[in-house]
Design a protein around this ligand. Structure first.
Ligand code: 4AD
Ligand code: MG
Length: 432
């Protein structure tokens, strides 16, 4: 007998197969039992009719509770009404374990707090499985993209002695009596690695002690970061838009069924990633927002309502570029044509999903870097190694960081990024 996964079922219509999984849901209609079985690759409907099966099998199956773990054998039949296109006529069931209590997640509405408290069980249900499968595809697509372009995968340390993205969102750790921090971004280390290897990337966990409780902020999240020697500002932005188009293309090609389950409009998604993405000067973006009725002025950061307006206006990801120096971290190179601006762009998602990428050309001279550290009252000792990169064979270089959770939320069309990671860490959320 052949053991299959549920996503393989259409290939084995007419054959007897075994599926190993869990009882997702159960319905009965008179003398027929419908057992929906899930196994992580999909859900299949198993059918058991009282006249055709042994009375004990029917009675045993009728007693089963949701999330009983089961090994089910039966014959696959084509059924166009069934999701996945087939149904399993059940011949035998082996129960691996019967739950000790009723499964807490009912297939109806629960409050977000309840669901997040039961995240370890919630993830088995509804749209959570397709979202996590799409997450897997997005991670793989990022790696494929970089490998095809000759990037070297590398790593940055999680425990660090310095801040990258400002000192207000650092998680402090006691490091044998010394102060250490959980990294906010691997960027500075990737800059060093790029000077050794040329073009590098990683997908790593990063940490921000964000006090904000929004649908776009986690305190621990995964970032795909890349750093390229000899790339200027324009090269950097081109690479970013190609990456985004590649990821979305891969997700739609490989996870169409999951995206359909989430009711995501994939046509719209593909239209949104047609290249190139618009590039809009920060000052023009502020003007555009003012004309749309927002109260913002030059020097302000964008909030959620501004990002929604930008999304509605451009209908695709948009680079907002050349920010005022004061808005951005110390490592960004100033625009030679306007010293009060940096060669940096944020890529803002359509549909209100917020900033997907932050990127810039980096400061590449010792004088400019020392001056910028001083200006921001950052001590130079912990950054000596980083200053060394400008002492020994410095070259123009650029890089960026892509927030994986926000990218996945946009691709899936789910409103809150807490659903795009197996176990979200947020303000007030350390359990489970
Ligand atoms: O814009 P950020 O802060 O950029 C950096 O950290 C750079 N050092 C990256 C680099 O150039 N290598 O963060 C990059 C991206 C944001 O655009 C956003 O998508 C995501 O990371 N991000 C968050 N995602 C979830 N929760 C948070 N609290 C996030 N903060 C940033
Ligand atoms: Mg940013």
């Amino acid at each position: 007998m052949r053991t299959i996964t549920i996503d393989e079922a259409p290939r084995f219509v007419g054959e007897e197969v075994t599926v190993r999984g869990w009882l997702y849901n159960k319905r009965s209609s008179g003398k027929i039992l419908f057992l929906q079985v899930r196994d992580g690759t999909g859900v299949i409907q198993g059918v058991l009719s009282e006249p055709d099966s042994s009375p004990s099998l029917f009675a045993d199956a009728d007693r089963l509770n949701r999330e009983s773990s089961l090994i089910v054998t039966g014959v696959l039949h084509e059924d166009h009404r069934a999701p996945g296109g087939c149904e399993l006529q059940i011949k035998d069931i082996t129960v691996v374990q019967e739950p000790t209590d009723p499964f807490p997640i009912e297939l109806k509405e629960h409050t977000p707090g309840f669901l997040m408290d039961h995240r370890h069980l919630w993830m088995r249900t509804g749209r959570q499985v397709p979202i996590l499968r799409i997450r897997d595809t997005v991670f793989r697509a990022v790696r494929d993209f970089f490998h095809r372009r000759g990037f070297v995968a590398t790593e940055a340390p999680i425990l660090t002695g310095t801040s990258v993205e400002g000192t207000t969102t650092l998680f402090e750790v006691d490091y044998f009596g010394e102060k250490a921090y959980l990294t906010q971004s691997g960027q500075l280390y990737l800059e060093a690695t790029a000077m050794a290897l040329g073009k590098v990337y990683w997908i790593g966990p990063v940490f921000r002690a964000e006090k904000s409780k929004t649908r776009k902020h986690l305190t621990e999240f995964w970032m795909a970061e890349a750093e390229m020697a000899y790339y200027d500002y324009a090269d950097n932005n081109r690479l970013q838009e190609e990456l985004i188009a590649y990821i979305v293309g891969a997700a739609v090609a490989e996870r169409k069924q999951e995206l359909d389950l989430l009711k995501r409009d994939t046509e719209k998604l593909l239209e949104e990633v047609s290249l190139p993405f618009p590039r809009v000067d920060y000052a023009d973006a502020i003007k555009l927002l003012q004309e749309a009725g927002h109260e913002v002025s030059f020097g302000d950061d964008f909030g959620a309502p501004h990002e929604v307006t930008l999304g509605e206006h451009f209908r695709k990801p948009v680079f907002i570029e050349r920010f005022p120096v004061s808005m951005k971290p110390f490592y960004m190179k100033r625009d030679p044509s306007e010293q009060s601006r940096v060669l940096a762009a944020d890529l803002i998602a359509p549909e209100g999903y917020g900033e997907l990428i932050g990127g810039s050309q980096r400061v590449d001279t010792l004088e400019e870097l020392s001056a910028q550290l001083k200006e921001r009252h950052l001590p130079s000792e912990p950054y000596e190694w980083y200053l060394d990169l400008r002492r020994y064979g410095s070259v123009p270089h650029s890089g960026f960081g892509l927030g994986m959770a926000r990218t996945i939320a946009w691709i899936c069309g789910v409103p809150h990024i807490r659903e795009t990671i197996p176990f979200a860490r947020q303000l007030n959320r350390l359990y489970p």
